[in-house]
Ligand binder design. Sequence first.
Ligand code: ADP
Ligand code: NI
Length: 228
Amino acid sequence: DDVRTGVEIEAVVKDAEELVQKVMGKWDSSHDPFHVYRVRSLALSLADEEGLPPESRQIVELAALLHDIDDHKYASTREKRTEPTAEEFLTQHQIDPTLKEAIMNIIHSMGFKEELNSSSKRKFSLEFAVVQDADRLDAIGAIGIGRAFTFGGARNSPMYDPDVQPRVNLTKKEYTSTRTTTINHFHEKLLKLKDMMKSQAGKRRAEGRHKFMLQFLDQFAGEWSGNL
Ligand code: ADP
Ligand code: NI
């Protein structure tokens, strides 16, 4: 039985939600289960807009749900972790190998740093495009601002430091190894995401969120300098 019926998939989705809750329930709120649920609904809505068929929606939904549970940044909480990895979860639920591979390929290609310095335009599926775009849409706009300061706060990063310049042309290694201020993170990553959207639906939604961040940064700078 290589095609899952609606009822079977619903049960897998429910188990995946439980797994997300167990693994990410105590992570700081930049990467909590609500992030995952927002990404899932955004991704499905982009998938509809792009006209993806029902089989693709299954891939999109499971990839979105499982995309962050093995995040290395939260690996320290994994020492005593007993829950399965995304791959183990799919195997345990006897997901068809082709479907499983499609889902794991999406999860493994999601990261921002994977795309740094890779000038080669790689081919990608529309399923991957909508899940990655959804994850990135959740990193920009009002929610993106909230998440950035939450992440920075959880790591005790300064909001802003006038003596620390944003880094340009970051390599993968620099992106993960060096600490930064939260305002610099906007320049090093968040403001770049709009032009990295892969689906048309994602590009459209990124516009307003991007403008809102620019407005926020302007206001922040104005208040910092005492001009506002
Ligand atoms: P990816 O997995 O795509 O590389 P991240 O996990 O680095 O993305 O980012 C996820 C969220 O954490 C985003 O909302 C991002 O803004 C925030 N974040 C990551 N690094 C920083 C940082 N140095 N300062 C503030 N926020 C950060
Ligand atoms: Ni994510």
